[in-house]
Design a protein around this ligand. Sequence first.
Ligand code: C5P
Length: 407
Amino acid sequence: MGSTHDTSVQTVVLGITGCIAAYKACELTRALMREGIRVKAVMTEAATHFVGPLTLRTLTDQPVAVSLWDDPGSSPVHHISLAEEADVFVIAPATANVIAKLAQGRADDILTTTALATEATLVIAPAMNTHMWRAEATRANLQTLRDRGAVIVEPESGELACGDVGEGRLAPLEDIMDAVRYELSRSLDLSDRHVLVTAGPTYEPIDPVRFIGNASSGKTGYAIAEECARRGARVTLVSGPTALSDPFEVDTVRVTTALEMQAAVRRAFGDADAVIATAAVSDFRPEVFSSDKVKKGEAPDSVRLVRNPDILEGLGEDKIDTVLIGFAAETQDVEQYARLKLESKNLDLVVANDVSVPGLGFGGDMNKVILVDRHGTRELPTASKRVIARSIADELSRLLCERDIRL
Ligand code: C5P
């Protein structure tokens, strides 16, 4: 999460890499500081050939990190403390080499090590020769980083240091500042909120080894829980069985059945400001549970099912001012069914997706959703579940503000 030492001042960790545009990082530093932002610079070794660390040390009035072997000062593990202090991690200018290292998750210098360790959003402003910018490898690396939630501030066209004219010049300072301001504004926009997220499938046991379940991976719900926590919320995640590990800084409650999920949700609902129900709750459960394994030869011809409670619908009936966000996985008339759900379950927003589209939705990392609320319908572009989680947290933040105004 964001800076822990003095939360009244926001911190940008500014990564500077080795290219001719490195001198522009000094101007960026001044612009950030003029807005009351604390800047901590971290430089690659190559960057120090273009700008002296002393310049940044003087401008920022903070120590400048240039090596993994720096004198650590007050912190024994410098790159980790820097990573934790960042509300936003800006890399400007970012070379093709550092972009490639970030995409691979390499951590062989102070900058890439800190970037790998941070939970803050990465704002990357590339600067390089046109051919390097257009290279397939660079395109693929940037897409990987975008899918993981990084914000890329695209370079502009113009005269380059090598004499070429084309795309690759570091974006104008104001574009980088806009991206940083926007990311800082949402870095803590869910502070003091309690958000309850349900995720994953439920398993409804037939006997000790068999169950009725579904293919939900839980990835969307976990990504949302993590995003809300990163933005300052206290998050309770009630999760059915998944292969995912507990998200950072999230109170994760593991359950198996729909009835267990309902009980856990009810316990946390009382002081929740919002519920985001991504769980694919089994609509049915076997009427009887056999405490002994049913032998192959003794299998019944049929298993009688009874309905499970609709957890979200129950919350919709009881809610006073809790923001409720539901999900709808449909195979046809997606928007129409989503709107029906919005009304019948008394929700504030429905996130709907067409699960008949191959490669999207269940299990995978990518999704395409539409957002349906009282005001209308909005289609989001196909994106990683992580990026979609960010848009949903934006919607949540907006809905909570609307609620506060009503109250
Ligand atoms: O009606 P449908 O099952 O399509 O509604 C989906 C939405 O309702 C999801 O947000 C899901 O998490 C929630 N739900 C629930 N309890 C159920 C069934 C669905 O909370 N038993």
